[in-house]
Design a protein around this ligand. Structure first.
Ligand code: NAD
Length: 353
């Protein structure tokens, strides 16, 4: 099993290093090869996604990704910015299905800013379409209009086939879980969303066991805070999914706890924490490595068919939380504050125990 390791920028290298150490301890036949991506790749080669990095990702069975970005790159022309590497990898590898579980561990229920009784026991999956929508639609740009005023424009676009395949992913995910699928759109205002709703409704006929509902995105944003446990799987487009999955992350108490998987049609995938490169804490040994470790567990499960190993990592993470170890982002009085390395070593010890 060949794993492409792309640590990226900011806290990326710190959290990925702990995770690779953990993966190596599983004693599976895995080969790891690293390559630069994002801002660090730009610094080295002038490109955020060098051809060698893309080729490594293409040749691998799965990709473990840290995070990219940093303020020093914010003024670069858009094609050179670190985030382009992510968009490029998703597009080139056809990673159209983004799985973002939001799970509230019992020990962390009170770490959420939402009342514990609202979030305790939460286990939902947000499925975000990743390669279409307003992030990729053409035309887009900035121009000066007839009145001499600058204007910016983007195009929201979905084709029927794009909606159909993510709808299938949504129904399949729901079949493996609580058999409830909520499709989120803005069909009261957007044509793209009306097509989305029509196609999802058509696909539903192939999954009579799944209970399908539709919800407008503004209501979904509200319901996620009011009663998040009403959901099982949420399927939505790229833009709405981007925002709702970050909102869902806050239900769990920390963005540092949330893994993600981005899969193609054959379950080859890229695995990464949902957070960014956190430049504010980079290099300080305080970043929470658990989201990356849980992403590695998803990699073992979805791309490498190593369910047992995935469970070993998840169990080790739970044990360490039960022991009371916390990185600063999830720290509460009465628990023990640890850094990135100490947390990594504790999970490693729990895995080996
Ligand atoms: P961010 O997710 O990097 O950070 C948001 C906040 O959460 C910060 O206060 C940060 O310290 C904290 N945080 C994030 N991950 C953490 C962890 N593992 N442990 C503890 N605390 C953590 O988002 P941002 O600040 O908006 O963006 C920073 C940079 O990351 C930007 O350049 C942005 O473009 C980029 N970004 C990259 C990705 C990605 O690579 N997938 C995703 C989002 C943002």
């Amino acid at each position: 099993m060949k794993i492409a390791v792309l640590p990226g920028d900011g806290i990326g290298p710190e959290i990925v290093a702990e995770t690779v150490t953990l993966l190596k301890a599983l004693d599976l036949k895995m080969e790891f090869e690293s390559a630069p991506v994002g801002g660090s790749a730009y610094d080295l080669t002038g490109e955020p996604l060098p051809a060698a990095t893309l080729n490594l990702a293409k040749a691998a069975d799965a990709i473990l990704f840290g995070a990219v970005g940093g303020p020093q790159y914010d003024t670069l022309p858009r094609p050179k910015r670190p985030e382009q590497a992510l968009l490029g990898l998703r597009k080139e590898l056809n990673l159209f299905a983004n799985l973002r579980p939001a799970v509230v561990y019992p020990e962390l229920a009170s770490a959420s800013t939402i009342k514990p009784e609202v979030v305790a026991g939460l286990d939902i999956l947000i499925l975000r379409e990743l390669t279409g929508d307003i992030y990729f639609g053409q035309p887009r740009g900035m121009r000066t209009n007839a009145a001499g005023e600058r204007e910016g424009f983007d195009t929201m676009h979905y084709s029927e086939s794009e909606v159909r395949r993510i709808a299938h992913s949504g129904f399949k995910a729901a079949m493996k879980r609580g058999r409830k699928l909520c499709s989120v759109d803005k069909a009261n205002v957007l044509e793209t969303s009306q097509l989305w709703r029509d196609v999802v409704t058509e696909v539903a006929k192939e999954y009579p066991q799944v209970d399908l509902s539709h919800m407008y995105v503004d209501n979904a944003a509200m319901q996620l805070l009011k009663n998040p446990k009403q959901f099982d799987v949420i399927v939505t487009g790229n833009l709405f999914g981007d925002i709702l999955s970050d909102e869902a992350s806050m239900l769990t108490g920390s963005i540092g706890m949330l893994p993600s998987a981005s899969l193609d049609e054959n379950n080859k995938g890229m695995y990464e924490p949902i957070h960014g490169s956190a430049p504010d804490i980079a290099g300080k040994d305080v970043a929470n490595p658990l989201a990356t470790m849980l992403s590695a567990a998803m990699m073992l499960r979805y791309s490498l068919n190593q369910d047992l190993a995935a469970v070993r990592i998840e169990t080790a993470v739970k044990k360490v939380l039960a022991q009371g170890l916390r990185t600063p982002d999830i720290y509460q009085a009465g628990t023990k504050k640890v850094g990135t390395r100490e947390m990594g070593q504790a999970v490693l010890a729990a895995l080996k125990a």
